[in-house]
Design a protein around this ligand. Structure first.
Ligand code: PEP
Ligand code: MN
Length: 438
């Protein structure tokens, strides 16, 4: 595999020192970015060389923040608008970013696709759209099985490029902490590219605006970044205390979410997420009980702050009707300001021969059911969370340009879950636009 490690200085640098005792006292307690280490942690890699991992964590802790506190606060304010039923959250991107696919074109196509989808929803419904890309840090994956067997050979599962390699070889599958440096480098470049594209699209809009002689004020298009808060050693290294807000912030991305496999009430991931001031997400699958959801909201959003918590349902088209209403009752009964969003991907995965796939019909069905159920319960259908790519892949089935089972091997490029291709994503946006508008 050919990729260069680097960018973070090799020489000895003073490691970032996490806030002083005084600062910790200011956040009203004793939370520190490293205390998740005392909790049971699911899904974390077991590095064979823990000293090497520690050295790399120190180098990362000395690197500058990837995103600014001001931008994170900007997103939180926009999400508060979603909570207040004035905006819609559009979140999407790869299941897993990969080192091999990385490049400016890849970032640009994701950026453009999200903007096009958002424009469709906005034009038809008149509702403002918050664009949140699954990008610039989505390099690690929770797995259902710890090992993978092919024929006679069993190896550790692939856990995303930030952890190990996708090739089915013993060498590739060993967790290597140096991979965190490459993940960080690519995330940093991605954040810079997104900022440049946002600036360029704003400049374009301004030109169109001036030529058309419009007088209404123009707001810049903002594109925020998000990923699953899975690798807590990486997150810890970039968790910084901001004296102005007297809070700890995760600075690897604007928005982090907890996966359905790492949301244990007493687990390390929940312990980490509760201490950061960022807007956060929580995946809610069929195994989440109403009681657990109540306890998680107590821990993750004790102040019931609008924009702080987004609950991302992911039940499956056949299960959403069974599970969503009881969870909606929890948020309704406690008067929670949490946003409800729907991930119609992860409950609808099925296998077709050697490939994992998803059918567009199931995806649209779960989204439609989400809108119908939330509205029937007097809740707000606040957003959607999609796995998609601007590329012309053949990973999901169906759509206006039919992808059929026989087509799957043609361009099945994902390293993890099957993504909507560009046309399928636009098909979903078309459906969404109608649903948001009604
Ligand atoms: C994902 O979003 O890629 C994922 C693994 O989701 P979940 O935690 O909902 O299974
Ligand atoms: Mn996925």
């Amino acid at each position: 595999m050919a990729y260069a490690f680097g960018r973070v200085a090799d020489e000895d640098v003073d490691p970032f020192v996490h806030g002083s005792q005084d600062e910790e006292a200011q956040v009203g307690g004793s939370w520190t970015p490293h205390q998740w280490r005392d909790r049971p942690a699911a899904q974390l890699p077991d590095y064979p060389d823990s000293a090497a991992a520690e050295r790399i964590e120190k180098r990362l802790a000395a690197a500058p923040a990837l995103v600014s506190v001001a931008d994170i606060q900007h997103l939180k304010a926009q999400l508060a608008q979603v909570s207040a039923r004035r905006s819609f959250l559009l979140q999407g991107g790869d299941c897993a970013e990969s080192f091999a696919e990385f490049g400016a074109d890849k970032v640009r196509t994701t950026f453009n696709l999200l903007l096009r989808m958002g424009a469709m929803v906005q034009a038809e419904s008149g509702t403002n759209v918050v664009h949140l890309a699954r990008i610039a840090g989505q390099f690690a994956k929770p797995r259902s099985a710890t090992t993978e067997t092919r024929g006679e050979v069993t190896l550790p599962s692939y856990r995303g490029d930030a952890v190990n390699g996708p090739a089915f070889t013993e060498k590739d599958r060993v967790p290597d902490p140096k991979r965190l440096l490459e993940a960080h480098r690519q995330a940093e470049v991605t954040v810079q590219l997104l900022a440049a594209y946002a600036e360029a699209s704003y400049a374009d809009l301004r030109r169109i605006h001036n030529e058309a002689g419009l007088s209404a004020p123009l707001r810049p298009v903002s594109m925020f970044t998000s990923h699953e808060a899975l690798l807590l050693n990486y997150e810890e290294a970039f968790t910084r205390f901001d004296p102005a807000t007297e809070s700890w912030w995760a600075t690897t991305g604007h928005f982090l979410w907890l996966g359905d496999r790492t949301r244990q009430v007493d687990g390390a991931h929940v312990e980490y997420a509760r201490g950061i001031a960022n807007p956060i997400g929580l995946k809610c699958g069929p195994s989440l009980s109403p009681d657990e959801l109540n306890r998680l909201i107590d821990i993750l959003d004790p102040n019931n702050q609008p924009g702080r918590l987004t609950l991302i349902g992911r039940f499956g088209a056949g299960k959403v009707e069974e599970h969503l209403p009881t969870l909606l009752k929890v948020t309704k009964d406690r008067g929670s300001n949490a946003i409800w969003s729907i991930d119609p991907m992860h409950g609808n995965t099925r296998s077709a021969g050697a490939h994992k796939t998803r059918m567009l019909a199931d995806i649209v069905k779960e989204i439609s059911a989400f809108f119908a159920i939330t509205r029937a319960e007097g809740a707000h259908p606040g957003g959607v969370h999609l796995e998609m790519t601007g590329g012309h892949v053949t990973e999901c089935l169906g759509g206006s340009v039919q992808v059929e089972e026989a087509d799957l091997p043609l361009r099945y490029l994902t390293h993890c879950d099957p993504r909507l291709n560009e046309q399928q994503a636009l098909d979903v946006a078309h459906e969404l636009a109608g649903l948001v508008a009604n």
